[in-house]
Design a protein around this ligand. Structure first.
Ligand code: ADP
Length: 230
């Protein structure tokens, strides 16, 4: 085995307690390292702390204890503007409910992710179309989301997440709104991205989705742990 890939996500004693009253320890302080190119699933029941983990890893919430390094950057020292910029450049989000703007075409939805890209608009359009081609939607690039199937909408959302070339793709129940066959095709796309070297973290309560990861973390009552073979 060669040397270990660089850490993308590194939690050192990271935890979050909502102040209350009463205080809610939503994520217990712990250590997690996710390295470049890993495909990690995070599985746990409702209320176990999955969203809290996602919000911290995605720089949407700051932990109340510990230190979070993203690509080696100590995020605890950053002000709001720097956190937002780091999030925009390094993290692609994919949500259960797609979050597409209904009156913008697939291409325009993807282009909107490039707010930190100061290049010419034509370049952004080209990159958006390349990202749509990557997810198998070159032929639907001008369609409005309302004219797309659920699976196609999620592919647009994945293209939007990829177009900024993030270090980390964070997916929150990415197949939660899809039927089984469509879900299978979206999970196939995530497998392809993993094969191409993308770092993937997929949060789910679905054991079938969790099994797609090459590594699974469990979360229960705010405690993150490696899932060990049964
Ligand atoms: P999951 O995503 O696994 O359903 P969450 O991370 O949303 O779990 O929640 C973990 C725990 O934190 C739960 O007990 C939840 O009730 C609590 N919680 C979530 N958000 C807040 C909040 N803003 N204030 C207080 N408690 C919260």
């Amino acid at each position: 085995m060669s040397t270990l890939a660089a850490p993308v996500v590194e939690f050192r004693g990271v935890g979050l307690t909502y102040p209350g009253p009463p205080p809610v320890p939503a994520l217990r302080p712990g250590d997690v390292t996710i390295r470049r190119g890993e495909y990690v699933t995070v599985v746990g029941p409702s209320g176990s702390g999955k969203s809290t983990f996602l919000n911290i890893a995605g720089l949407l919430d700051a932990p109340t204890s510990g230190r979070y390094f993203l690509d080696g950057v100590d995020t605890g020292g950053l002000g709001d503007a720097d956190r937002t910029a780091l999030r925009g450049r390094r993290i692609g989000f994919v949500f259960q409910s797609f979050h597409l703007l209904p009156h913008r075409s697939a291409t325009e939805n993807v282009m909107l992710a490039m707010v930190y890209n100061t290049g010419p608009r034509t370049d952004r359009r080209t990159r958006a179309r390349e990202a749509l081609a990557r997810v198998g939607l070159a032929h639907r690039a001008d369609a409005l989301p309302t004219r797309l199937s659920g699976g196609e909408r999620q592919r647009v959302a994945i293209a939007r997440a990829l177009v900024t070339r993030p270090s980390l793709l964070l997916c929150d129940e990415p197949t939660g709104n899809l039927d089984t066959a469509t879900a299978g095709s979206v999970l196939g796309l995530l497998d392809d991205l993993h094969r191409d070297g993308m770092t993937l973290v997929v949060i789910t309560h679905d054991p079938g989705v969790a099994a797609r990861g090459r590594r699974t973390l469990t979360i229960r009552d705010g405690v993150l742990a490696e899932r060990t073979a049964a």
